[in-house]
Design a binder for this molecule. Structure first.
Ligand code: ADP
Length: 743
C-alpha cells in the first residue's frame, strides 16, 4: 500500500491534468466530461452539461440513476454495456444513444468511457465524454430516408402500392403520420396513400380522409399547396389554427385523436403542374419540423413525382402497345374470317366453320340464328368452348324452335334490327329463357355471362342474328370487340345473302334446264312426224303433173321451216343435255379433210351472196372424234360466218396441222365482234347487242354448244376478230399421230 501511494498520487495528478485538457477540448465541442466513482456511486459532470441538456449542474443529482432516467427507453442497453465493463479485458465503451433535453426533446449523444482500475486491478472509476451528435444523426437519418425512398420507388412500376410504402417509410424518422394525395385524370383529388405510426389511429386517419375530402376552396393547407404549387410549413399547429368554422365536432374529434403538432405539405409537381401533395405530420410536441426537414421532403417529393410519371408513361405505353396488339389481332381475325366466308363450300358449312373459328379466339359461345322462309328462326350454327355444352346447344337447335314474337334475345334483335349488348346476362333472364326454351334443366347453363347479339342485315333486310357470348374464360367484350362483332356480322350476312341468291339462281336454272329438256323432247316427236310427212308430200307434189307452182312453193316452205325448227330444237336439246351432263360423244377416227369437204359441199348449193373457199390439203389429218358432232361444229361456224357477213363475200376454211394438233379455221369478212364481247362469246345464251346484230335472229347457244363439243374432244376453240372487218374462229383438235404420219 505504502509503495503504491506515490504512484496513486501520481496517477491522480495525471488524471486531473487529463481531465482539464479534456474539458478544454470539450468546451469547443458541444458536450461534457464525467467521472463516475464506482465505489461511491458519485458522478462528477463538467460544465458542458448545462449547454448540452439545459440542466443547471448544481440542480442535478450526482447519481448514475439520474442519467439513466433521461435516457430514451429504447436505448437503455448503454447501461448494460457500462455494467459489463471490467469483465474480462473490456475496459472501454463507445455508444450512441438518445437522452432527453430539459425541453422534453431527445438529442443524440456519443458516449465514450474508459475504466480506471486501482493498483490491484479492481474497477474503480469510469471517466468518459458525452458529445452532442444530433445534427450528424439527423443528417444520417435523412440520408437513409432518402435512400430508402429512392429504393422503394425504383423497385416497382406499380406506383400506387409504392406510394403506400413511401408513406409508411416516413414513419421511421420523418413523421407520425403521412398522407399522399393525387389528382386523377378527371381532376379529382383522391387519397393515394396514407400511414400512421399507430394502426388504430391509421383507421381514424382513413376515416378523416374519406369523410372530409380536400376542399379546393380552403384558404390554406393542401388546397393552398394545390393552388400555388408551393410548400406549406407549419412548425407548430395550435388548436386555434386547426379549428376553422367549417369543421364540425366529429372532424375535430378525429383530428385530436389522430394527433397534430408540426406539419409540412409539399406539392408533387410535374412539368409545372401540381399532380398531388405529400402531407407529413409530427403529432407529439417533442419535435417540430425544421427548414432542413422541409428541404428533404421537397427532395423526396421530386423523386416521387419522377417515379409516378415514369410509371404513368410506362403504363400509357403498355396500354398503347396492348391496344395496338389487340387491334392487329382483331384485324387478323377479321381477315381470316373473311377468307373462311369466301370459300366455295355450302353456306351452312361456312357458318359452321365461322362459329368454330370464332370460339375460342373471340368468345366462348357463338350461335348464328337465321330467319327461315316460313317466318320462324332457326339456329344455323353453334359453337361452345365447352364441348359438353356445345352438345347441349346442338340439341337445343333440334328441340326448341325460337318464337319470332317471343322473349328470346335473338328474336328481339331480329325484330328491332339493333345490336344488343348484355354485359351481365342475369339469372332472371336465364329463367325466362329456360321457360321459353322449355328445356329448363340445361338452358340456364347455356346462358352466357357477357353477351353481344348483332343482327345479320342484307339488302336492308334482317335475315338473322349472330350471338357472341362469354362463359368460363371470364373475358368481356370491349367496345372494339363489339365493332369487330358487327364487321363479322355484316360479312356473314353478305355471304349468306350471296349464297342464298346463288342457290335460288341455281335452282331456277335447274328448273329451266329440266323444262327445256322435256319441252325439246316433246316438241321433237311431233315435229319429226310433221317433217317426214311434209317431205313425202313434197316428193309427191314434185312427181305429180297436177301440182301448181304455188303448191310446190308452199310445201317447200313447210319442209324448209320444219328443218329449221328441227335444228333449233336439236340445239336446245343439246344445251339441256350439256347442262345435265348428258351429251355424249362416240369416238372413231375422223378424217378432217373429208369432213370439211363434205360439210362445205352441203353448203355450196344454198349459197347466193357468198362463196366458201376451201383449199384441200394433201395431207390427211385424222382425229379421234364423233363425226356427227364435229360436223355440227363446222356447220355452226359456217352458219355464223354466213349470217354475220350479211354483205356476202368469201368465207375461207383452212385445215392445217400444228404439231400434235389439227387446226381448222373459219374466217369471214363480216361485221366482226366488239373486243369487250369476246370473253363472253361462248357463254350460254350470250348474244352481242349492237346496231349490226339487232336484226339478226338467233338465241345465243350455237357457240356454247360448239365449245362444249370441242372440249369433249379435248380440243380448244379461239376467236380473233376486229369489229367491222371480220372474224376468224379456230378449232384445235388433237391428232391421231400414228395414222397421220402413216398416211
Ligand atoms: P347466235 O348466233 O344464235 O346469236 P352463237 O352462240 O352462235 O349465237 O353466237 C353468239 C354471238 O356471237 C352471236 O350473237 C354474234 O353476235 C356473235 N358471233 C358469232 N359468230 C360470229 C361471226 N362469225 N361474226 C360476228 N359475230 C359472231
Amino acid at each position: 500500500m505504502t509503495n503504491s501511494l506515490p504512484n496513486q498520487q501520481q496517477t491522480e495528478a495525471q488524471l486531473q491534468r487529463t481531465v482539464e485538457q479534456l474539458q478544454l477540448a470539450l468546451s469547443a465541442l458541444d458536450g461534457f466530461i464525467y467521472d463516475y466513482d464506482m465505489n461511491t456511486n458519485h458522478v462528477e459532470r463538467s460544465e458542458g452539461l448545462t449547454r448540452l441538456l439545459g440542466y443547471e449542474r448544481e440542480t442535478i443529482p450526482t447519481t448514475a440513476e439520474w442519467w439513466s432516467s433521461l435516457t430514451h427507453p429504447d436505448d437503455l442497453a448503454v447501461f448494460q454495456l457500462a455494467s459489463s465493463l471490467g469483465q474480462a479485458a473490456n475496459d472501454s465503451y463507445s455508444y450512441e444513444y438518445r437522452v432527453r433535453h430539459q425541453d422534453g426533446q431527445y438529442i443524440y449523444v456519443w458516449d465514450r468511457a474508459i475504466l480506471i482500475r486501482d493498483s490491484s486491478g479492481n474497477p474503480m472509476r469510469l471517466i468518459g465524454t458525452t458529445i452532442n451528435i444530433t445534427e450528424r444523426k439527423q443528417a444520417e437519418e435523412r440520408q437513409r430516408y432518402l435512400t430508402n425512398v429512392s429504393k422503394i420507388l425504383a423497385d416497382s412500376i406499380e406506383y400506387e402500392t409504392r406510394l403506400t410504402d413511401v408513406a409508411r417509410l416516413t414513419l421511421t424518422s420523418m413523421a407520425d403520420w403521412c398522407v399522399i394525395n393525387m389528382i386523377n385524370d378527371a381532376d379529382q383529388i383522391y387519397t393515394a396513400a396514407l400511414a400512421h405510426r399507430d394502426p388504430e389511429k391509421e383507421q381514424l386517419l382513413r376515416e378523416l380522409c374519406d369523410q372530409y375530402p380536400i376542399n379546393r376552396a380552403e384558404a390554406d393547407g393542401t388546397a393552398l399547396v394545390l393552388r400555388t404549387g408551393e410548400s406549406q410549413w407549419y412548425p407548430i399547429i395550435t388548436d386555434a389554427m386547426l379549428q376553422t368554422e367549417r369543421m364540425d365536432a366529429h372532424e375535430l374529434a378525429l383530428w385530436k385523436a389522430i394527433g397534430y403538432h408540426s406539419l409540412m405539405i409539399v406539392p408533387l409537381i410535374w412539368q409545372s403542374r401540381v399532380i398531388g401533395t405529400c402531407t407529413m405530420m409530427l403529432s407529439g410536441a417533442r419535435r417540430s419540423y425544421s427548414l432542413d426537414d422541409l428541404g428533404l421532403v421537397e427532395l423526396v417529393a421530386r423523386r416521387i413525382t419522377i417515379a409516378i410519371e415514369n410509371a404513368r408513361l410506362y403504363k400509357a405505353e403498355r396500354i398503347a402497345r396492348a391496344a395496338a396488339e389487340q387491334a392487329a389481332a382483331r384485324a387478323a381475325f377479321i381477315n381470316e374470317t373473311g377468307g373462311m366466308l369466301s370459300t366455295s363450300l355450302d353456306y351452312t358449312e361456312r357458318l359452321n366453320n365461322l362459329v368454330h373459328f370464332t370460339v375460342p379466339r373471340f368468345c366462348d359461345i357463338c350461335v348464328v340464328f337465321l330467319c327461315t322462309a316460313d317466318g320462324s328462326i332457326s339456329r344455323a350454327a353453334a359453337a361452345h368452348a365447352d364441348k359438353e355444352k356445345e352438345t347441349w346447344l346442338v340439341q337445343l337447335q333440334k328441340l326448341d324452335p325460337i318464337d319470332p314474337r317471343g322473349l328470346h334475345p335473338a328474336a328481339d334483335v331480329i325484330r328491332t334490327g339493333q345490336t344488343s349488348i348484355n354485359p351481365d346476362v342475369s339469372a332472371s333472364l336465364g329463367q325466362i329463357l329456360a321457360m321459353q326454351m322449355g328445356v329448363s334443366s340445361m338452358a340456364p347453363k347455356l346462358i352466357p355471362r357477357d353477351q353481344v347479339i348483332v343482327p345479320l342485315v342484307a339488302r336492308q333486310h334482317v335475315i338473322g342474328a349472330i350471338a357472341f357470348g362469354m362463359d368460363a374464360s371470364n373475358r368481356e367484350f370491349s367496345p372494339e370487340d363489339i365493332a369487330t362483332a358487327e364487321i363479322l356480322a355484316s360479312r356473314a350476312a353478305l355471304m349468306i345473302d350471296n349464297a342464298r341468291l346463288y342457290q335460288n339462281q341455281q335452282e331456277a336454272v335447274n328448273v329451266r334446264d329440266a323444262f327445256l329438256l322435256i319441252a325439246s323432247h316433246e316438241l321433237k316427236t311431233p315435229l319429226t312426224a310433221v317433217l317426214g310427212q311434209a317431205q313425202l308430200l313434197q316428193q309427191r307434189f314434185e312427181r305429180s303433173n297436177t301440182s301448181t307452182e304455188r303448191d310446190l312453193r308452199a310445201i317447200r316452205v313447210i319442209v324448209e321451216q320444219s328443218h329449221r325448227l328441227n335444228k333449233l330444237i336439236s340445239t336446245l336439246l343439246d344445251v339441256s343435255r350439256l347442262s345435265q351432263g348428258q351429251l355424249q360423244i362416240i369416238r372413231e377416227p375422223v378424217n378432217l379433210n373429208q369432213l370439211i369437204q363434205r360439210v362445205v359441199g352441203d353448203f355450196q348449193p344454198l349459197l347466193v351472196q357468198h362463196t366458201i373457199a376451201y383449199q384441200e390439203l394433201d395431207q390427211q389429218l385424222l382425229v379421234n372424234g364423233d363425226v356427227v358432232r364435229l360436223e355440227q361444229v363446222l356447220q355452226n361456224l359456217l352458219q355464223n360466218a354466213l349470217k354475220y357477213s350479211p354483205q356476202g363475200g368469201t368465207i375461207s376454211v383452212t385445215l392445217e396441222s400444228r404439231g400434235a394438233q389439227a387446226l381448222i379455221t373459219v374466217s369471214d369478212k363480216g361485221i366482226g365482234i366488239p373486243k369487250e364481247a369476246i370473253p363472253s362469246l361462248f357463254q350460254r345464251f350470250y348474244r352481242v347487242h349492237s346496231g349490226a346484230t339487232q336484226h339478226m335472229s338467233g338465241i345465243g347457244v350455237g357457240l356454247y354448244v360448239v365449245r362444249e363439243i370441242v372440249t369433249l374432244h379435248d380440243g380448244n376453240i379461239f376467236v380473233e376478230s376486229t369489229e367491222g372487218q371480220g372474224s376468224s374462229f379456230m378449232v384445235a383438235l388433237p391428232l391421231i399421230q400414228a395414222e397421220a404420219s402413216a398416211e
